[in-house]
Design a binder for this molecule. Structure first.
Ligand SMILES: *[C@@H]1O[C@H](CO)[C@@H](O)[C@H](O)[C@H]1NC(C)=O
Length: 147
């Protein structure tokens, strides 16, 4: 159950909880659900290694931490997104898309996080980045009972 607790701890981190030394790290826990096509970094020209030319790299990640009045507690419960990086003519371009899963679609239609199989319950209301201490206690007690 240590992994479950570690995931929960990651999911509950807030910008305030991270030290100043981790500048920008908190953004991993913020919603970044903007979608776009081929947003390109400045060209590296001939400095780009030839073996990277013409390639694509697709990676899945977390894109949205909340919907409506509900916020995910488990980081990996959140709505996913795909990022595709393409490399051509010395330039790297990115395309972002939210994953249009049934769970995501149902949530969009409901205007809140729909029911689904989640690692942790969601929190509601304005405390968007942290569950209440009482909820945390309940989750940790439940997690240690199951191990
Ligand atoms: C979710 O909705 C999109 C249209 O917005 C559709 O293309 C996609 O197939 C839907 N996903 C599922 C799993 O039904």
């Amino acid at each position: 159950m240590a992994i479950g607790k570690a995931l929960l701890a990651v999911g509950l981190c807030t910008a305030e909880a991270l030290s100043d030394e981790d500048v920008g790290y908190h953004r991993l826990f913020e919603t970044a659900n903007d979608e776009f096509d081929n947003r390109c970094a400045p060209s590296m020209g001939k400095e780009m290694p030839k073996y990277l030319q013409g390639g694509s790299f697709v990676i899945g990640s977390v894109g949205q931490q909340e919907m409506g009045d509900r916020h995910f507690v488990g980081y990996l419960d959140a709505f996913g997104k795909y990022t595709r990086y393409t490399v051509e003519d010395g330039q790297v371009c990115a395309t972002y898309r939210m994953m249009r899963t049934g769970f995501y679609n149902n949530s969009v239609e409901a205007g809140t996080i729909a029911s689904g199989l989640l690692f942790y319950p969601v929190v509601c209301g304005k405390s968007r980045h942290c569950a209440s201490p009482a909820l945390l206690k309940a989750i940790f007690r439940g997690a240690s009972r199951k191990s």
